[in-house]
Design a protein around this ligand. Structure first.
Ligand code: ADP
Length: 395
């Protein structure tokens, strides 16, 4: 049984064909720079790479080329379900769903609060459904896992009608990743998911941290959009909201300029003035670049502070879990965060910290009162493939 996973962004299409029994990726690829002259399609299958420019340059073209390759390799008939990543499900979806006309309408209703992502996700769904109307299509939402947050965690301190009339609240993102590492941590620890209290730290270019109580999300650092929370690769994370009016009135920034500043020019990149890439900054820090050191120090401090704050709703902690590009690979950042959390008295196993990188799972620290620190590689595509398989209607 194979699930095809489709992740349609505003200028890209990522896809992978996954064996749901073994979780192995059989084929994967990406179409990039869509809607530009440089639109390009590439795919890997059985150790070979295939590459071609796209003539019509749009998502429909990219999907048609993808299905053409799948048919050429005799893989199209092996697909039993298609899982689509959808960024925003708002309060309509607290689980993955089989896509129907009503589901498409509900995803459309979320467009005003996810104008960059949901339209692209919908193009992927509608075009793929046109090409394969005989297959079940399943939507898996980045926000769904966080729908269990209580009001105290998801409401902003705004007049309540902004929530009631305009759906303004905290939603949280990276839900598939937090859900995947929650389940994988339970498997790793040999415990039932609903017996575990975890703090899952997804540290990639985007960063979000989630408090998981008895297997469900009860708070997370991203909010109405992925901009809230700790500082990230190019995003500022939370700032004093009064800065927005200050930037506009005093410094003459337009609304669009503020949006670009906070989303694309801030965070590790903005502070270091060098890069948003953690590897580059670690190198620059070793070479004595003060701004790189400062950016990494801020990053570590804000992450540790958020982690510590989640002890309030959790009370008891079984594991702190690191995942995503930095969480899975940066020996340096993991050690610094554990050091910053010294009140939790973790004993870092330096050798284990060096060992568990590049896709390996393991325990890197232990504490008498706060459980273990785990490294668990995330697998968002794998989770989407499993969800598509789980929700496939039985014949
Ligand atoms: P995205 O949010 O784009 O999916 P990823 O989860 O791929 O991001 O994470 C990208 C980040 O992971 C980058 O900052 C990159 O520098 C960092 N990273 C990857 N490998 C390492 C490593 N070996 N050491 C430190 N950082 C790493």
């Amino acid at each position: 049984m194979y699930s095809l996973v489709i992740n349609c962004g505003s200028s890209s299409l990522k896809f992978s064909l996954i064996n749901v029994e073994t979780n192995a990726v059989l084929l994967s690829g990406v179409a990039e720079a869509l809607a530009t002259d440089k639109a390009n399609f590439s795919l890997s299958y059985q150790g070979k790479k295939y590459n071609e420019p796209l003539t019509a340059k749009d998502h429909a073209d990219a999907l048609a080329v993808m299905f053409h390759y799948l048919t050429t390799f005799n893989l199209a008939e092996k697909i039993s379900a298609i899982g689509h990543r959808v960024v925003h499900g708002a309060e309509h979806f607290s689980n993955s769903v089989l896509i129907t006309d009503d589901v498409i309408q509900a995803i459309k209703k979320c467009i005003p609060i996810a104008p960059l992502h949901n339209p692209a996700n919908l193009i992927g769904i509608e075009e793929a459904m046109k090409i394969t109307p005989h297959l079940p299509h399943i939507a898996v939402f980045d926000t769904a896992f966080h729908q269990t947050m209580p009001e105290t965690a998801y409401l902003y301190g705004l007049p309540l009608e902004f929530y009631k009339n305009h759906s303004i609240r905290r939603y949280g993102f990276h839900g598939t990743s937090h859900q995947y590492v929650t389940e994988a941590s339970a498997r790793f620890l040999g415990k039932k998911k609903d017996s575990l209290n975890l703090i899952t730290a997804h540290l990639g270019n985007g960063v979000s941290i989630t408090a998981v109580k008895e297997g469900i999300s009860i708070d997370t650092s991203m909010g109405f959009t992925p901009l809230e929370g700790v500082i990230m690769g190019t995003r500022s994370g939370s700032i004093d909201p009064a800065l927005l009016t200050y930037l506009h009135h005093e410094l003459g920034y337009t609304v669009d300029e503020i949006d670009t500043l906070l989303n694309k020019k801030s965070g590790l990149l903005g502070i270091s003035g060098l890069s948003n890439d953690c590897r580059e900054l670690e190198k620059a820090h070793q070479q004595g670049e003060r701004k790189a050191t400062l950016a990494l120090e801020l990053f570590v401090y804000r992450i540790a502070k958020t982690i510590a704050s989640y002890l309030v709703p959790l009370g008891r902690l079984d594991a702190l879990v690191f995942t995503a590009g930095i969480g899975e690979n940066s020996i340096f950042i993991r050690e610094k965060i554990i050091h910053q959390l010294n009140f939790m008295q973790y004993k870092l196993d330096k050798k284990a910290n060096q060992t568990y990188v590049q896709g390996k799972s393991g325990v890197i620290a232990r504490s008498g009162n706060f459980g273990v620190v785990l490294v668990i590689p995330t697998d968002e595509e794998g989770l989407i493939a499993q969800e598509a398989n789980r929700l496939m209607p039985s014949l």
